[in-house]
Design a protein around this ligand. Structure first.
Ligand code: BGC
Length: 767
């Protein structure tokens, strides 16, 4: 049924309209019975349904209904598998339909600026391209079940410390490239029904009242069609918020803001048309959901099994050495295996805060091993919830390791260390865990460490562990996935969606994280994560994109469709392809990554950036061709003066690899762009600028030949000795005023030269 929403809006009283722009309670939007506007519910999100019936809260403390806890985004991001995220989204959409929830409050896609952000476990990546693509698939999945999503937290909510008031100071290029791009991709590719704005300020203005962010960028720039909702209690000046583009306030303001909105319309402070537009967008979602209800029954056990499947595709095999063939893993069932560490029995599988799910059931590795008839010797060694050294437990762990052929340590971060609401203090595992691993290494050469954590940890013992399996926070079925992966029933195929630095001090945001509580400066600009580590040639513990398999893959036959690409209207594309072969003995999946390197020097840019990824499944001996399509955006950076994405003409290198530091194939491509940054020539414009700009190059060459080369031989290029760097620089860096200052050319003549250039620029292209 086509609803006439505009007509409905016209039938509402001013007070009803103001009321609809706020929540009725913690999780419900308001209804208007007399006009048949129903009351709908929203729930967290993102990796499970946290539907609360009684005692609502947004801190994750009070109980919600039993639901399936899927792996958190720190894990699913590492799957690099868009289809998998779509599937997970569909399952969550079904749970929402079954429980009468109109929108799931997720996905959360803030960039992992520092490994210390307490909420990193809920976020996808340090890379905006990956985060955006994965989020888009997840949203498409949920929304395919006629349930909305809320893409959050828009934007630059990259820490928990004073998250409701902190002012993020970042330049526009940094924001656009690093902190907005993921949202842009997700909005353009999946049109989430809602976007949730962040608590923090950006350059002095709260996101909830930021006109530039909510209207210019999100709606006008990207074409967002849904409504914007505040983060819970995230409004400050409600009238400014509605004007800026914030439609719905959640959960409520004790009635204050409803009255204030109606009053503002009466006094003329808020045009009623703006309020009407917000109401129209809110009603559109309400009816999109209620008019398209699907009567789904979901099967908890099937979703539990799906949760295990997703985790198997997401876990990352970070290290695997020391075995007879390739590595210690996969384990043989006939070996004597000791499981050490309480996480084997009580796995940590989700984070704390608003995403906390009341998991319908949990399976540990220990329990799964028993069910599958795998004999293991278990000792606790250390607790899963705190850092206490217990000499007796340590001794028992050492004894168990001595008795075994292999010791598998189930380590991780206790709940209290990692949560929404506060950041981590350091990047360490509890000392009791490090102590056990170190002690085991004294008696047992075969050590496997299995990690349960939402973000990177330092590993002082890394050289003592032969194998390392990163499970992240793997959802309620994590134990099943762990056993399948450890014993080779499943082949690991996840890759890191973030860098593991050696030490937290190596992180580029270190000096400026989390700031003084009032302001945080994003001084590292676009050099976030691998963009920084690669540029600075820093050793890392594990690089972005890294992940091993029980098989091996060969990369060959790279082909670029054509040697050059010209961007005229920005819609042109070029394809790049390569063969990937499974050269091992077991089936496996490889995440093939494509990075672009800009060699034009037109801007200071990271060495390479991820612009494509595909996960391919290959039987032993099988080869598949992977094809990537690149467009202007793949090569571009955000040019603030142009107010848009720009790529300079010149050479770019396309690199295909198995990680950001395992680059296997590369080929160059020439980009021809007809877009020029604004240039106005004046007395201080340098020779270098004029020679580099294709519009002024020819004329500049003539002027150089005439005035520089002939008048003063020492300034001519030919006359320069190769070591005479200063003269060479003086030549290129000479501003045009030097023509009358040092070359005796009349001032008026130089004025004419400047005018000639500017006329030329006007003719070449109106910028
Ligand atoms: C969180 C949001 C969440 C909301 C509702 C807030 O504290 O930042 O991500 O959706 O609470 O629980």
């Amino acid at each position: 049924m086509e609803r006439d929403i505009k007509r409905l809006v016209s039938q509402l009283t001013l007070e009803e309209k103001a009321g609809l722009c706020g929540g009725e309670d913690f999780w419900h939007l308001r209804n208007v019975e007399r006009l048949g506007i129903p009351r709908v519910m929203v729930s967290d999100g993102p990796h499970g349904l946290r539907k609360q019936k009684d005692n609502p809260d947004h801190l994750g403390h009070n109980d919600s209904i039993k639901a399936v806890c899927f792996p958190a985004a720190c894990a699913t991001g590492s799957s690099f598998d868009k289809e998998l995220l779509y599937k997970m989204g569909m399952a969550l959409g079904d749970e929402c339909q079954a429980e009468g929830v109109a929108a799931l409050l997720g996905p959360a896609i803030n960039i992992k600026r520092s490994p210390l952000c307490g909420r990193n476990f809920e976020y996808i990546s340090e890379d905006p391209y990956l985060a955006g693509k994965m989020a888009a698939s997840f949203i498409q999945g949920v929304q395919s079940r006629n349930v909305g999503t809320s893409l959050k937290h828009f934007a630059a909510n990259n820490q928990e410390f004073f998250r409701t008031t902190v002012d993020v100071i970042a330049d526009e290029r940094t924001l656009r490239e690093m902190y907005l791009s993921a949202f842009e991709i997700a909005v353009k590719e999946s049109q989430p029904w809602t976007v949730m704005c962040s608590y923090n300020k950006i350059n002095g203005i709260h996101s909830s009242e930021n006109q530039w962010l909510l209207s210019e960028v999100l709606r006008d720039g990207w074409g967002f069609k849904g409504f914007v909702v505040s983060d819970w209690y995230g409004t400050s000046d409600r009238i400014a918020g509605v004007k800026a583009g914030l439609d719905l306030e959640m959960p409520y303001s004790g009635g204050h803001n409803d009255k204030a909105l109606a009053e503002a319309v009466k006094t003329g402070a808020l045009p009623e048309t703006i309020l009407d537009a917000a109401v129209e967008r809110i009603l559109t979602l309400i009816f999109k959901y209620t008019d398209n209800r699907m009567h789904v029954k979901f099967d908890h056990d099937a979703h539990h099994a799906l949760s295990a499947e997703i985790e198997k595709e997401s876990a990352v095999l970070l290290k695997n050495e020391g075995g007879p063939h390739h590595g210690l893993l996969p384990l043989k069932k006939d070996k004597k295996v000791a499981f050490i560490g309480a996480f084997a029995d009580k796995p940590r599988f989700q984070g704390g805060g608003s995403s906390h799910i009341n998991a319908y059931k949990t399976t540990s590795a220990l329990q799964t091993a028993k069910t599958r008839g795998i004999a293991v010797d278990y000792v606790e060694g250390f607790p899963a919830d705190r850092d206490v050294q217990d000499p007796a437990a340590l001794k028992a762990a050492v004894e168990a390791a001595k008795r075994a052929d292999v010791a598998v340590v189930f380590a991780g971060l206790p709940d209290v260390i990692e949560s929404e609401g506060y950041d981590r203090e350091n990047m360490r595992l509890p000392e009791c865990q490090n102590a056990v691993i170190n002690a085991l290494a004294e008696v047992q050469p075969n050590i496997v460490v299995v990690l349960h954590n939402g973000s990177p940890v330092e590993m002082p013992w890394i050289d003592k562990a032969q194998s390392l399996l990163e499970l992240y926070l793997g959802g309620q079925a994590v134990g099943e996935a762990a056993i399948s992966l450890l014993f080779g029933e499943a082949n690991p195929s996840g890759k890191l969606a973030e860098t593991f630095p050696l030490r937290v001090e190596d992180n580029p945001s270190y000096e400026n994280f989390p700031g003084d509580g009032k302001t945080v400066y994003y001084n590292e600009n676009v050099f976030v994560g691998y963009r920084y580590y690669d540029y600075r040639k820093k050793d890392v513990l594990f690089p972005f994109g890294h992940g091993l398999s029980y098989t091996a893959f060969q990369y060959s036959n790279m082909e670029i469709e054509k040697p050059s690409i010209q961007f005229v209207n920005g819609s042109e594309t070029i394809t790049v392809s390569a063969d990937i072969t499974n050269i091992g003995k077991v089936a496996g999946k490889e995440v093939v990554q494509l990075y672009i390197e800009d060699t034009t020097s037109a801007a200071i840019r990271p060495l390479r950036e991820l612009k494509g990824f595909e996960k391919v499944s290959l039987a032993p001996g099988e080869t598949k061709r992977v094809v990537f399509t690149l467009d202007k955006r793949s090569f571009a950076w955000y040019h603030t003066e142009l107010g848009g994405w720009h790529c300079a003409s010149g050479e770019y290198v396309v690199v295909i690899g198995a990680s950001s530091r395992d680059l296997r194939l590369s080929a160059a491509v020439q980009v021809v762009s007809n877009e020029y940054p604004p240039l106005h020539v004046d007395w201080n414009t340098t020779v270098d600028t004029l020679l580099k700009d294709p519009r002024t190059k020819q004329t500049a060459e003539k002027i150089v030949a005439r005035y520089f080369d002939q008048s003063k031989r020492e300034l001519s290029l030919e006359a320069l000795g190769s070591g005479d760097k200063w003269n060479e620089r003086a030549y290129f860096e000479a501003p045009l005023r030097h023509l009358y200052m040092t070359k005796g050319i009349p001032y008026e003549e130089v004025e004419k030269i400047i005018e000639t250039f500017n006329n030329l620029l006007r003719r070449e292209r109106p910028v």
